[in-house]
Design a protein around this ligand. Sequence first.
Ligand code: ZN
Length: 227
Amino acid sequence: MNSRRMMVVLAGVCAAGSLVFGQEAKPGVIKLPALPYAESALEPAISAKTMGFHYGKHHKGYLDNLNKLIAVSELESLPLEEIIRVTAKAKDKDGVAIFNNAAQVWNHTFFWNSMKPKGGGKPTGALLEKLEKSFGSYDKFKQAFQDAATGQFGSGWVWLVADGDGLKIIKTSNADTPVAHGQKALLTCDVWEHAYYLDYQNRRKDFVATFLDSLVNWDFAAAQLSR
Ligand code: ZN
């Protein structure tokens, strides 16, 4: 994206600023948010080794790339979500690289928060009602989420998002994110192989079943509804 075009694009989005999970956009430095639990806290569902690589190498790698790419550009003073929106339709090499790395930083932070130790199972209250209204039952939601996860060809993400008064499941490829499409995410599962290969090898279906049964943080999902 050339700088003149970037300035025009920026003029349209600066008023909509927001922060996500304390990721402040100080000039040139977007911070890696701390994990909401210890790297070993999700064992045995996800090993400390997987978390160490996934958070410490993959997530941090996207963040380091992003900070390098936005340094000394008009983007460096923007919050992460705005960097994603500004570059979502970029076609040039730098713009695409910034989008991919920024979206992956956001997606991973959202994924860590979508899980908790001893999570999983059915939600309660208003969220359960919405889930039942939108999918027919919790079991039907679960099946649809698993089908979307196993049906995602290659790398990507499965999301529960708000859809008017209801909820729906979407999947995105590679780094793509609901933030780029103006959708409100409630929950996500990372289905890149790096998320599960050390623990589950090629058994993505087992990983996603474990995510739903033992890891989902429904309190976090419910909190997103009122954001
Ligand atoms: Zn990942």
